[in-house]
Ligand binder design. Structure first.
Ligand code: FES
Length: 61
């Protein structure tokens, strides 16, 4: 089975935003500075994280 390598951003119903196949994705902060990422990372979209901009699971509480 061929793996999909398309960079993908999925907005989930739980609030997190899952970014996959992200090796060429450039994540910037509010001042335009690059934030280190991995090939797969999850962004917070609920505002509860203590590890912004990444999801730390706080949306589950
Ligand atoms: S979406 Fe997970 S902590 Fe906000």
């Amino acid at each position: 089975m061929e793996q999909n390598s398309t960079p993908t951003i999925q907005v989930t119903t739980s609030g997190k935003v899952v970014v996959t196949n992200a090796k060429d994705v450039l994540l910037l902060d509010g001042e335009g500075n690059a934030i280190a990422t991995r090939n797969r990372f999850t962004l917070c979209n609920c505002g509860k994280t203590q590890d912004g901009p990444f999801c730390d699971g706080s949306h589950k509480q």
